[in-house]
Design a protein around this ligand. Sequence first.
Ligand code: FES
Ligand SMILES: [Fe+2]
Length: 461
Amino acid sequence: MLHNAGLTLSDGTTLDDLINRDMNEVSLRVMNDKELYELEMERVFARTWLLLGHESEIPKAGDYVMRDMAEDNVIVSRDRSGEIHVMLNVCPHRGMKVCTAEAGNAHAHRCIYHGWAFRADGSFIGAPIEKEQMHGSKRSKDELGLKKARVHLYGGLIFATWNKDLSFEDYLGDAKFYLDQLFCRTDNGLEMLGPPQRFVLPCNWKIPGEQSGSDGFHTLTLHRSLMEGGIMGGTAESIYDTAPGMYGVDLSVPQGHTLRCLEAAQTFKMFADVSFEGKSTEERLNLLPPPGITKDLIPQLFKNLSEDQVKQLANIPPQVGGMFPNILIAFIFAPRMDGGASGALSLHTYVPKGPDKVEFVNFIFAEKDAPEDVKRDMLQNAIWSTGTSGTIEQDDADTWPQIMRNSRGHMSKTITLKYQALHGHERPEGWVGGGDLYPGFTKDDTQWAWWMAYYNMMADA
Ligand code: FES
Ligand SMILES: [Fe+2]
């Protein structure tokens, strides 16, 4: 029996009652519990790094976008020196939103209620009628700035946290070797293609969250129509007889980040009958560049990544997965009806908006150095496939509210979610990257790793 964790709800239910580590089961009740939700805000969302956007969204001094760190509304802005700041969008005077626009450019934000003003770095400028000192005399101006989060830029992605201690390196852990292959592979990095798409779904954030822990199995059934209709490449026969997309190397790290690495040679069979046998890394990359990479960009991979990283990108690239707690990564091939197979690069965040509501935010990318026509193609691909109106996510967004609905039933919430199809760790021969590895048919190991990261954060008072 594993030892009891330090979390007990007011009715006496413990975290171990909800998450059974001996049986690899999770009570459906966790998807619909107000008390647990409040603890998640404190123990998960206030303690970890959260993805807010990309620096290409705010290229000029004064540019800003409004985002959410769970239920905390924040301003993400670039100051005169070019530095990016993330600060709570709560006026320290009487709690009004200081900024009410979704995006714009301003060197100062002035609260519409009584006019207190703040610079793009969050520092307090003053209140109207300066001579009357309408901010009082009990606190200095230095104390009256907007509350700031720590910021880290990774491949241009803007992450922020309220945690004073957690380094970004510790947050990434061994996932960095793989994530660099997606986010840090070209000279000028990624560019966000337009503002994020957003919509709100009636479900708890953990329902899409645990799926983002690299649930590969559901694609065979939930997304079956995409294969049957020939929309995602291949045919129904090839998908179900040999299930090529189901085999690869899944991986997780203790921080809860997970990835599915899929054999490029197998993927290639979906598009053309060309063998990878005897081909060099460079030849393989040219035969099938990783999603989002054009042939012209291939030399940049060698420049920006280690030899081992490029080799992995050529042979078995990470394509889908997630970063704990609420990021889904989909850097996938998006076959087109016209026979093309360019990439779709999307990140989603599942932002909690209450125990039974989540905002689905879809960030779409291309490599900044990709030609304009490729960027346009990739934007279309991502909207058609991974966007909120896309062919893939519509399937998922149909199931999540139904699971949520079930979590409310007196009897239904006693049902447990099962994560018992497990490989256990196994390191494929010659594999260079770290983490726990699960080669073969995709199973439940990575989603269980997601739950273990959740368990550990929630248990840590
Ligand atoms: S609430 Fe912002 S100035 Fe009063
Ligand atoms: Fe899905």
